[in-house]
Design a protein around this ligand. Structure first.
Ligand code: C5P
Length: 266
């Protein structure tokens, strides 16, 4: 296992306040069972096992006592030696917000004052392997202000517009262009930032209206708007974001399969 050298004091923000509507379970996604535990617990285990965080700050659906209790139980498990020998991180739970960016901002406000760098991770990517956390943390320790894990895109990606006029009877959308696939990357989490950069990025987004805020799907987008370089390291396919019922089947398969929960690609 490689661990980051001369790492700044690092916190992980775990955003887990989403509704999970697309999963269709009728409960917040973080609560949905996966291999006998909740998605939240799997995500917390992954973050703690990576050993990069002094503090894990979890944004939960506001007022959700059950998920708050799961965080408390996990913190207790870590204190009782459930970790992997790395320094035991402190677990902090905060109420998330209406948008993902609001949830990140709520967690930012609860970080320890000595924090210097932050990894923001989607709880929905509950099986992200330790190696990805390490690649991101190492890029930060090497001087990056912002770093994201990415994968090459396997599908051809096109832009479309809603069809209007007589063509609307043929199909609902019309292709307007094809993006050059070799330059495209699918973006994952954990995304790493110097705390100062992430704070500035989120301050600049505070005035956005509801539609604009909903369009902020990751933190790196906001950092790009500041003109700060965003570095890209290799992600992992097992970091899939559990969004649809099919994703849940894949995640269950990863947990039950012969390769084990957190098999790591080379
Ligand atoms: O909605 P989406 O799938 O993009 O959410 C990505 C992550 O952001 C999920 O882990 C979800 O729990 C989190 N989220 C949040 N607060 C929101 C919306 C999403 O913490 N208001």
């Amino acid at each position: 296992m490689t661990t980051p050298s001369a790492a700044p004091v690092t916190a992980v923000i775990l955003v887990a306040a989403g509704s999970g509507q697309r999963l269709g379970y009728g409960m917040p996604k973080a609560k949905v069972p996966l291999g006998g535990d909740s998605i939240l617990i799997h995500a917390l285990r992954g973050v703690a096992a990576a050993g990069v965080a002094r503090q894990i700050c979890v944004a939960l659906p506001p007022g959700d006592r059950e998920l708050a209790a799961q965080c408390e139980a996990f913190a207790e498990e870590l204190r009782n030696g459930g970790g992997n020998g790395a320094e035991t991180p402190e677990i902090t739970a905060v109420d998330g917000g209406a948008s993902r960016a609001d949830s990140v901002r709520a967690a930012l406000a609860a970080l320890h004052p000595d924090t210097r760098s932050v990894l923001v991770h989607d709880a929905a990517r509950a099986l992200a392997p330790e190696a990805v956390f390490h690649r991101v943390a190492e890029a930060l320790a090497a001087g990056a202000q912002a770093v994201i894990p990415v994968l090459p895109v396997v599908d051809t990606v096109k832009t479309v517009a809603r069809t209007t006029g007589p063509d609307a009877d043929i199909a609902p959308e019309l292709v307007t262009g094809t993006a050059p696939r070799e330059a495209l990357r699918a973006v994952q989490t954990p995304q790493g930032f110097s705390l100062e950069t992430l704070r500035r990025a989120h301050e600049s987004a505070e005035g956005l209206d509801e539609a604009q805020a909903a369009a902020v799907t990751d933190d790196a987008m906001l950092v790009e708007l500041l003109g700060v370089p965003v570095h890209a390291v290799r992600g992992a396919s097992q970091s899939l974001k559990i969004t649809t019922p099919l994703d849940l089947i894949l995640a269950e398969g990863l947990l039950e399969g012969p390769l084990g929960a957190r098999w790591v690609e080379g």
